[in-house]
Ligand binder design. Structure first.
Ligand code: FRU
Length: 491
């Protein structure tokens, strides 16, 4: 049955491909050939290659019964799409193979995922069954399902019970799961010696609805520079000040996970990325010891204009994590410099209450530039990106001197999306170093070597390619700009 359903899905993809529109198609980010993509799943290094799976609906660019899409890369830059790995096919996963993770044992690749079933009709979020399931492959392409390894908790109190992240701790396998007990979120730990038989160990962390949201999706737990990091995607947090304005967040807490399976937080909750579109991040440990992270570069219930062109959803660029004090730093994976083609260097004269078009254009660009705060007097100054000739379309990235924040403004970015996000700039800071990746429908900003990041989707017209430097009411002083055209890999 599984094989038949996979064939059916591949057939549907092949049929739709000629109809796909490419106006917003990303050049160097992973996105589905057609159909829908959400969370990254099963990130793993297997037989010398990086494998990335993802939540995928091959039949339409809307969320639907979840499959696991699959791609691999030997260098984190060039990706090859592989056949779909998992399709919902059995009574326990009939309505979806939800998110999960992957591990390698003796050259066999194991996927651990959530089997989802709607119990009510019409379907409703309060009548579901979620179980944890196992599948394996010895060629990294075709997967055999092994069925349910952890049953749904008894009783009606826990129904949301998903997104297993499995890793080796000492001699045993540990699994972190997100759960919703009543209206409160929980992080649960199970353990196993063989991946097939699991015992419940602990509730590692218990939250309360009011302050912690109602569900922690896509947990990840890993050690980084001497701390343990609990990375997760809380649902139900309320906006507060500048924080938590997306529909759902992607956040983390530092602490210590002890041998009895309790997580003792040592620092406050932080948002991981500060753009509009960043969710369900997961990590893998690369063979050289780097902790690499990918996120879904979209957000639930947001406009997704590429749906009209038969595809939607993308993953962020892979990022390298490190710890600075009690905050995570994210840098673009160092391999990504291989995307660079021709380089342009520009000196930008001081801009006085004006907007000055720059001699660099493009949809696929990496840009490095510094904003000189000490030398500037403008209320706002920075860059306008993906500008149309008439300047009606533009995506702004600028320093707001009154608020002392770096602002990403996509109110005039093109189709569908809107809104403003920002990160704080400390009073002592005299300059901001920016590294920006533009793809046809995305912007990722790495601020001060990854101390903050802002990731958002934008949907400008294909011919909105200009860049300007601007300053409002005063002078804006810019460091030299270096831009690279980036390779269009048409992933
Ligand atoms: C997160 C999530 C997961 C779930 C998956 C379903 O975005 O809601 O909790 O497993 O998406 O597609």
């Amino acid at each position: 049955m599984h094989a038949v359903l996979l064939d059916k899905a591949h057939h549907a993809i092949k049929e739709t491909l000629p109809e796909r529109g490419n106006d917003h198609r990303l050049g160097f980010h992973l996105s589905p050939p057609v159909g829908w993509m959400n969370d990254p799943n099963g990130l793993v290094y297997y037989r010398g290659e990086y494998h990335v799976f993802y939540q995928h609906h091959p039949y339409s660019p809307q969320w639907g019964p979840m499959h696991w899409g699959h791609a691999k890369s030997h260098d984190l830059v060039h990706w090859e799409h592989l056949p779909i790995a998992l399709a919902p096919s059995d009574p326990y996963d009939r309505d979806g193979c939800f998110s999960g993770s992957a591990v390698v044992v003796d050259d066999t690749l194991y996927l651990i995922y959530t089997g989802h079933v709607w119990l009510g009709s019409p379907r409703d979020d309060n009548h579901i069954q979620q179980v944890q399931c196992l599948a394996s492959s010895t060629d990294g392409i075709t997967f055999t399902k092994h069925g349910v390894i952890i049953d749904a908790p008894p009783g009606p109190e826990i129904m949301h019970f998903r997104d297993p992240k499995v890793w080796k701790r000492g001699e045993q396998w540990w699994m972190a799961l997100g759960a919703r007990k009543g209206d409160d979120p929980q992080l649960l730990i199970y353990r196993s010696v063989d991946l097939y038989h699991w015992e419940y160990l602990s509730c590692a962390l218990q939250g309360v609805r009011e302050s912690d949201g109602y569900m922690w999706e896509c947990p990840d737990l890993f050690e980084l520079d001497g701390s343990d990091v609990f990375l997760y995607s809380p649902q139900g947090l309320k906006p507060s000040g500048y924080a938590n304005w997306n529909k759902f967040q992607n956040s983390y807490r530092l602490g210590k996970l002890d041998d009895s399976g309790h997580f003792n937080p040592s620092a406050a909750l932080h948002e991981l990325d500060h753009g509009h579109d960043f969710y369900a991040a997961q990590t893998l440990l690369a063979p050289d010891g780097r902790r690499l992270l990918w996120a879904w570069m979209d957000m639930w219930d947001c406009p997704m204009p590429s749906q009209a062109q038969h595809w939607c959803g993308a993953l962020s660029l892979p990022r390298e994590l490190s710890l600075e004090g009690d905050r995570l730093r994210m840098r673009p994976a160092r391999e990504l410099t291989a995307l660079r083609k021709s380089q342009h260097g520009l000196q930008i004269p001081v801009v006085e209450s004006a907007s000055r078009p720059l001699d660099v254009r493009g949809a696929l660009l990496e840009i490095e530039i510094e904003l000189d705060l000490a030398g500037s007097t403008a209320e706002h100054f920075g860059l306008a990106l993906r500008c149309s000739e008439d300047q009606h379309e533009r995506t702004l990235l600028y320093f707001d001197a009154m608020a002392r924040r770096l602002v990403l403004d996509r109110q005039h970015s093109g189709a569908g999306v809107s809104g403003v996000r920002s990160v704080p700039i400390s009073p002592e800071q005299t300059r901001i170093a920016l590294r920006i990746f533009l793809d046809r429908s995305s912007i990722e900003v790495f601020v001060d070597d990854g101390a903050y990041t802002m990731t958002s989707r934008i949907y400008p017209r294909p011919d909105s390619l200009g860049i300007s430097a601007f300053a409002v009411n005063g002078t804006g002083v810019f460091g030299d700009l270096v831009a690279w055209e980036l390779t269009d890999l048409k992933i």
